[in-house]
Design a protein around this ligand. Structure first.
Ligand SMILES: C[S@@+](CC[C@H](N)C(=O)[O-])C[C@H]1O[C@@H](n2cnc3c(N)ncnc32)[C@H](O)[C@@H]1O
Length: 351
């Protein structure tokens, strides 16, 4: 398989678990590409802008995975494949044309199916039958309510999206992966180590426990955290603790300054999960945001996954990733279609 826009390899991780062999990964962020390389091998990783990927470097593959980042532009009239804003889509389609996979899978933000980028893709993928829909990570055993758009393109007959493996009553709460980690992280800094990647040093390789990183909140922030109960958020703050912008804006952005619940999956882990003002990122019990290690666990990265980059870069890799457990469900399902066998139901590692 080929992973385009591979990030740290969350999606690849799930596919490798289902038995796929990566033959090419393209990722232009050096830290993310380094993380990918330490986990899946460096020989097939190209840390370049996809536009610089030469046709001769594109191998044949059964499957292409990954989704070009959605630019989110709103000009619905602009659906030309030549529009510079569509470069990433043009590149994705170029690789599909060269590799001629049997199947390709795109994961993207939930509004993607109504975005111009998707209209463009649909118009330019002749020979492939497309199946589209949304998958909720919690339905596949991930302790997170992350809802993402998926597209499966197939030239071996239409392939439906996989069916959920966990109904709502069986959803994992945050407790499944967060319970037992130290209340107070011992440090705010990553260890001082570097590896050489692509001819230059990159911070790393860090193990899961290295990512249990604390912050140094102000007394005012701590006072705010203390007022927020599990499942609550900024609406639980008394007036005198509200920042002015929130006092003046009483509606919208309901999940900010939110606190997770032990018995519910978290909301979506995004790239700035270490900032409580950006979402529901307060620990279910402790008066602090979740750490990088906790975010990686909520994304179902295994503890033996290695990480490279600065704190900010690693947070971006974690928040951008497809949860490996969700990716594995998609991968097992595809494998069954590719090999004409009954889809297996692998045991859930968190149950
Ligand atoms: C949503 S993330 C991918 C996450 C990945 N699928 C995973 O599961 O870990 C999108 C990635 O595309 C990369 N990217 C964006 N533009 C690119 C380009 N022109 N060439 C190569 N990579 C690019 C970004 O650096 C980012 O890591």
């Amino acid at each position: 398989m080929i992973d385009l826009f591979a990030g740290c390899g969350g999606m690849t991780r799930g596919f490798v678990e289902a038995g796929f062999e990566p033959v090419l990964a393209v990722e232009h962020d050096r830290a993310a590409a380094a993380t990918y390389a330490v986990n899946f091998g460096g020989a097939h990783v190209l840390p370049v802008d996809i536009a610089r990927l030469a046709a001769g470097d594109i191998p044949r593959a059964d499957v292409i995975i990954g989704g070009p980042p959605c630019q989110g532009f709103s000009n619905l009239g602009s659906r030309s494949v030549d529009d510079p804003r569509n470069q990433l889509w043009r590149e994705y389609l170029r690789v599909v044309e060269h590799a001629r996979p049997k199947v390709f899978v795109i994961e993207n933000v939930d509004r993607f199916l109504s975005a111009p980028e998707f209209a463009l893709l649909r118009a330019h993928t002749s020979g492939y039958e497309l199946t589209t829909g949304h998958l909720i990570a919690a339905d596949f055993g991930v302790p997170q309510r992350r809802k993402r758009a998926f597209v499966i393109g197939s030239r071996i007959g239409a392939i439906p999206l996989p069916s959920p493996t966990h109904d709502r009553a069986a959803w994992h709460g945050t407790e499944t992966v967060l319970r037992g980690l130290p209340e107070q992280p011992a440090t705010t800094r990553l260890p001082d180590s570097r590896i050489d990647f692509d001819g230059r040093p990159v911070p790393g390789v860090f193990k899961s426990a290295d990512l249990h990183l604390g912050r140094t909140p102000t007394p005012l922030s701590l006072e705010r955290y203390r007022h927020i109960p599990p499942g609550g958020g900024r609406f639980d703050l008394p007036d005198d603790l509200l920042p002015r912008c929130w006092r003046e804006k009483r509606t919208g952005t309901t999940d900010v300054m939110g606190r997770m619940r032990w018995d519910h999956p978290s909301l979506t882990i995004r790239t700035e999960f270490y900032k409580p003002e950006k979402g529901q990122y307060l620990h279910p019990e402790h008066h602090r945001p979740i750490t990088h290690q906790e975010a990686a666990r909520l994304q179902t990265f295994p503890d033996d996954f290695g990480w490279c980059g600065t704190k900010i870069e690693i947070a971006r890799q974690i928040g951008n990733a497809v949860p490996p457990l969700l990716a594995a469900a998609v991968a097992h399902h595809l494998r069954a279609h590719l090999t004409n066998t009954a889809p297996p139901t692998p045991p859930c590692p968190l149950c």
